[in-house]
Design a protein. Structure first.
Length: 233
């Protein structure tokens, strides 16, 4: 079943998803419930976006996340960090990109951001202020968290989309959050073949049964790799 916008849905026993929306280019926001605490995957496009996510969680009786992990620096995944509940975590390269974006907006104004993509202008059409914040916690390489009988692997991966792509693997649920890593680079959307192959290997090495990209419905690992490598021959 294809889920786009609207209500939270349950993917597995421990994982819920607030689905993507095409018009404002809002990505899937993931939620992983451990026995001791919960984690969100990506912060969202704006305070309004993450606010709708939290309302949906509360409606289901789920506690707000203690930690939000970023898959990469792009605006639709990070601009709601200032409104995130609990702490935020990202790789060091993501923090560098966000610092550069913050400095550019400070120097050139919000139009520097809006001019990148029309969907950003639509997200902020109601006059919300653009706020770029840095993650509370930064890592290099990778790490494993345990939310309480629920290990969560945070994996840096070389990928064609950005140089800060991060995967989130929940082995006990057989699910891998891919973010936008399998997409081409913005704005040309070209996929470097060598980077695509390295990402395919990293995805395959997780052994996850289900992959969830940032702007698509959940599919099998095999489908994700096939789409990633499409056109290589």
């Amino acid at each position: 079943m294809k889920h786009t916008g609207g209500s939270l849905y349950r993917l597995t026993d421990r994982i819920w998803v607030f689905p993507y929306e095409e018009e404002r280019d809002r990505p899937n926001l993931g939620y992983i419930r451990g026995d001791n605490w919960s984690l969100a995957v990506d912060a969202g496009h704006s305070a309004a976006h993450v606010g709708e996510f939290y309302t949906a969680l509360e409606r289901e009786g789920l506690p707000l996340p203690s930690l939000t992990v970023l898959t990469h620096w792009h605006w639709d995944h990070t601009l709601a960090m200032h409104a995130a509940h609990g702490l935020t975590l990202a790789c060091a390269r993501t923090a560098e990109h966000l610092r550069a974006l913050r400095d550019r907006i400070a120097a050139e104004g919000e139009e520097a951001l809006f001019s990148l993509e029309e969907s950003i202008r639509r997200e902020y059409a109601d006059g919300q202020k653009v706020t770029v914040t840095l993650p509370d916690l930064v890592f290099d390489g990778g790490m494993t968290l345990d939310a309480g009988n629920c290990p969560i692997r945070v994996i840096r991966a070389e990928a064609p989309h950005t140089d800060d792509s991060t995967l989130i693997h929940i082995p006990g649920e057989d699910v891998l959050f891919v973010g936008d890593a399998a997409c081409g680079s913005f704005p040309e959307w070209r996929k470097d073949p060598a980077q695509a192959r390295k990402l395919a290997e990293a995805i395959e090495n997780t052994g996850a049964a289900t992959c969830l990209e940032g702007h698509w419905t959940a599919v099998s690992l095999a489908d994700t790799i096939r789409d990633l490598l499409e056109g290589e021959g």
